[in-house]
Design a protein around this ligand. Structure first.
Ligand SMILES: NC(=O)c1ccc[n+]([C@@H]2O[C@H](COP(=O)([O-])OP(=O)(O)OC[C@H]3O[C@@H](n4cnc5c(N)ncnc54)[C@H](O)[C@@H]3O)[C@@H](O)[C@H]2O)c1
Length: 439
């Protein structure tokens, strides 16, 4: 099938390449000319394991190309995926819908015949219906545009696998439309492989996505709230999480106590969900998410406080190395990254901060150009008086405490992700602080 994917960021570039991998003819569309140029040259402008190979293979096979031109998009296909950003609106909790609306405004007047727009962006409930009204007004005479919503659940770091073999496909449709039929054809391969397919109305589909993210955020903040109690009571949150995680109604996943969540999705999605609930007159329903957000942000402060405490209260002039600046491992995404937030706070409190991350530094430099960025882990550790493990990259989890100890000037580490072997590090002469544990 021929289709376009509009917005070729983390979601859209992955979706475009993976739809081509499924055998479709795909045109990726973005307003960012540099991004389109890179993609057309077979270069993924962000870090996503496995994606460069899929991109190159499908460009070479002639199934995948890219453009900045909406006219070309309108001529290319009758099925359009919409995957542009929905960031937090400046000065508000609500989602900024400018980009989503711009797609409708720019695309629809150029369409002819019968068209389907499948929304993938994470949007406030009610958006698809609003976009349908907009499209009806903007469509040229004789042109029809059907809007359906097909929320995306991919995880950065596993985006290719999550797109080609998703754990479920959700589709919000309107009565009498043909979206389900088209989606079944597009996703024939994963559906044949047994992927559950949930067809529902537009508003349920929109809400599925934000509810899933709100639940995940709540689970992380739950264990981090318990972590605060563990710190005071002298308990160990990692053992506690193991113990409660054996209950399969609870499960161990997303019970990793530590620096908390960040990235381009969870923080802005829970805030947009609260904002939308308020607009709908149901703000009380989601006030707990305010607490989820606050618990999450307190973990960052806690790490900064532990760092201060390790220097008797003042960070002024002390050399601190922060390992990690991406919001999670296997990603270069630093949007709302807890690691980068900690590094920035330490720097503002007077510390001489050095950061190292295997993939995230180019993006981090744009946000915090004043931090010192080391070319590798070894240089980052050299002469450090305090090390903070802030993103749980494999390289950091597998650090040899004895070898690392030879590099630093003081053996003190804060494990912000509870991933280090405490005994091994202590045996190698390190003082180790961790969140939710008294060590
Ligand atoms: N990143 C993820 O892991 C993920 C997962 C699931 C859902 N989502 C959702 O997907 C959406 C996109 O997220 P992302 O992380 O890919 O964001 P992103 O910022 O990486 O990408 C958005 C892209 O849209 C482009 N764009 C903006 N306006 C445009 C326009 N008018 N026409 C064409 N392109 C335009 C931007 O240039 C950018 O390349 C968001 O709603 C997000 O919540 C993201």
């Amino acid at each position: 099938m021929r289709m376009t994917v509009i917005g070729t960021g983390y979601l859209g570039a992955t979706h475009a390449a993976c739809m081509a991998e499924l055998g479709h003819e795909v045109l990726g569309v973005d307003v960012d000319a540099a991004k389109i140029e890179a993609l057309q040259a077979g270069k993924v402008p962000f870090f996503e394991p496995g994606l460069p190979e899929v991109l190159e293979r499908n460009i070479e096979a002639g199934r995948l190309s890219f453009t900045t031109e909406y006219t070309e998009a309108a001529e290319f296909a009758k099925v359009h995926f919409l995957g542009v950003g929905t960031p937090q609106r400046h000065g508000s909790y609500a989602a900024d819908m400018t980009y989503v609306k711009a797609v409708i405004t720019d695309l629809v007047p150029k369409l002819t015949g019968e068209n389907l727009i499948l929304g993938k962006s994470t949007v406030p409930v009610g958006t698809a219906a609003e976009l349908q009204d907009m499209a009806n007004e903007l469509a040229p005479a004789g042109t029809t545009v059907e809007i359906a919503w097909n929320p995306e659940f991919l995880r950065e770091g596993y985006a290719v696998k999550d797109t080609i073999t998703p754990d479920r496909i959700v589709l919000g449709v309107q009565d009498g439309g043909r979206a389900e039929e088209v989606a079944r054809e597009i996703y024939a391969q994963p559906l044949a492989g047994g992927t559950p397919f949930i067809t529902t109305d537009l508003q349920t589909a929109e809400l599925v996505k934000v509810s899933a993210n709100a639940f995940l955020a709540t689970k992380i903040s739950f264990i981090n709230a318990v972590s605060e109690i563990c710190e005071i009571a002298g308990a160990d949150v990692t053992q506690l999480a193991d113990a409660i995680g054996y209950d399969d109604r609870i499960g161990r996943k997303f019970l990793g106590a530590g620096l908390g969540f960040g990235g381009g999705c969870l923080p802005k999605d829970i805030r947009a969900f609260m904002a939308r609930a308020g607009e709908l007159g149901a703000d009380q329903a989601l006030t707990f998410l305010r607490e989820v957000d606050a618990i999450n942000m307190r973990r960052r402060d806690r790490v900064v406080d532990l760092a201060k405490a390790s220097f008797a209260g003042s960070l002024l002039g002390h050399r601190v190395t922060v390992l990690g600046c991406a919001f999670k491992p296997n990603s270069d995404d630093v949007r709302d990254s807890p690691a980068l937030s900690v590094a920035g706070s330490l720097s503002l409190a007077g510390a001489a901060v050095t950061v190292y991350d295997p993939e995230g530094m180019a993006n981090a430099k744009k946000v915090f150009p004043t931090l010192n960025y080391a070319p590798d882990c070894e240089s980052a550790l050299r002469d450090a008086e305090l090390v903070i493990l802030a993103t749980e990259w494999k390289e950091f989890k597998e650090l040899d405490p004895a070898a690392a100890g030879e590099l630093v000037s003081r053996r003190h580490i804060i494990d912000g992700r509870n991933v280090l072997d405490v005994e091994a590090w202590q045996t190698a002469g390190w003082t180790l602080d961790a969140l939710g544990r008294s060590l």
